[in-house]
Design a protein around this ligand. Structure first.
Ligand code: APR
Ligand code: PHB
Length: 389
């Protein structure tokens, strides 16, 4: 098969890019290893920045997002004594929308046929070839048959474990990695949220987050040592821990219920540079990972995809290769700012095992500064709501 762009990975990044290219009349095909059901079974964060909402709106795929998404004009930092409200609407004039990232993927997936977006699911042994040339190609096997896709560009949207990043030679690449000494234990339950806005808490027993998917479905997290196993955390133990860490006010409004999903995810910060090599571009988790504090993962994938779609459309519609040459620098400038914010909010809100009294005093001072300074709150709010693209 021959096409203009071969996209690897049908997660949110790959599907969003595919739809944006199809909307501009650019030919593409998406190659995905898993089944649609497997992909929709992955539970992800649930806060959308304006960039993500506006891309869904531009595609006209935001009907459910508009109907079911919960606009939030603020969120809270709890420091064990008080709730510090960050009034993002007042401080930035913008808001975020609470809507499951899995639901974004579901909406993009549902529109495949109507929009003529071809996705090959259950493609095994996906491999990239000749990415340094102007005629790269991708091979895969499906139902025992080998297939080949010839394209002008290949875009790796295949997440942290996919093959695309590995097609860039180590001697031109640089990796930046920070692993955190804890993971997030998350629980999803069909109970009303304890608060109408999110609460990120730094308690002496550790971090907690109260989030939601809807008025009747809650998502909570606590941080746990990486050695903990999910079987060690009965629902009851987890609800007890949440009640302590989130504080008496939130605990009084917390409804407990059986877990629909419960899992532990490690936290890491990771950046791979460059994000383009020859005819291969990387988008989303294929190039970078952020810790979930601040929910930047999907939003950062969306801004990469926006830059990539503009660059590829410019190439095919206006014969302009300039934005492709600049893609890596353009995308990385925003990636690093999101990495910095996710890292600093993680640093502020967690108790690190290696921290001593000095590090703790720094957290107390920073939280007190945020509580009393509109300038400090504005800096947090403009990052939380999403920096300009
Ligand atoms: N061949 C084909 N597809 C592959 C391969 C492979 N060898 N390896 C991985 N994939 C697919 C995965 O199955 C997955 O569907 O690539 C897709 C990558 O999707 P995500 O991991 O969700 O990454 P991305 O689309 O970049 O998502 C960005 O959105 O929901 C958030 O937390 C998520 O931060 C992430 C962000
Ligand atoms: C979530 O709802 O899953 C969520 C919300 C905010 C975060 C991380 C995760 O920062």
């Amino acid at each position: 098969m021959r096409t203009q762009i071969c996209i690897i990975g049908a997660g949110p990044a790959g599907l969003l890019l595919g739809h944006l290219l199809r909307a501009e009349g650019v030919e593409c095909v998406v190659i995905e290893r898993q089944t649609p059901d497997y992909i929709l079974g992955r539970i992800r964060a649930g806060v959308l920045e304006e960039i993500t909402v506006s891309l869904m709106a531009r595609l006209g795929l935001d009907a459910r997002l508009k109907a079911e998404g919960l606009p939030h004009g603020g969120f809270n930092l709890a420091d064990g004594e008080r709730l510090i409200r960050i009034d993002i609407a007042d401080l930035t004039g913008k808001q975020v929308v609470v809507y499951g990232q899995t639901e974004v993927t579901r909406d993009l997936m549902a529109a495949r046929e109507e929009r003529g977006l071809e996705v090959v699911y259950e493609a095994a042994d996906v491999a990239l070839h000749d990415v340094e040339s102007d005629a790269p190609f991708v091979t895969y096997t499906k139902e025992g048959t080998e297939h080949r896709v010839d394209a002008r560009f290949v875009v790796g949207c295949d997440g942290f474990h996919g093959p695309s990043r590995k097609a860039i030679p180590a001697n031109v690449a640089k990796e930046y990695l920070r692993e955190y000494p804890f993971g997030w234990l998350g629980i999803l339950a069909d109970v009303p949220p304890c608060n109408h806005e999110l609460i990120y808490a730094n308690h002496e027993r550790g971090f907690a987050l109260a989030s939601m998917r809807s008025e009747s479905r809650s998502r909570y997290y606590v941080d746990v040592p990486l050695t903990d196993r999910v079987e060690e955390w009965s629902d009851e133990r987890l609800w007890d821990e949440l009640a302590v860490r989130l504080g008496p006010e939130a605990a009084a409004h917390m409804t407990r219920g059986p877990a629909i999903e419960k899992s532990i995810a490690p936290l890491r910060s990771y950046v791979f540079a460059p994000m383009r090599h020859g005819s291969l571009l990387l988008c989303g988790d294929a190039a970078h990972i952020v810790p979930p504090t601040g929910a930047k993962g999907l939003n950062l994938a969306a801004s990469d995809v926006h830059y990539a779609a503009e660059a590829l459309t410019g190439y095919f519609r206006r014969n302009d290769a300039g934005a492709i040459a600049a893609y890596s620098d353009t995308a990385l400038a925003r990636v690093w700012k999101s990495e910095r914010f996710s890292w600093s909010l993680t640093r502020l809100m967690h108790r690190f095992p290696e921290d001593g009294p000095f590090e703790r005093a720094m957290q107390v001072a920073e939280l007190d500064y945020i509580a009393t300074s509109r300038a400090a709150q504005t800096a947090i709010a403009e990052n939380y709501v999403g920096l300009p693209i």
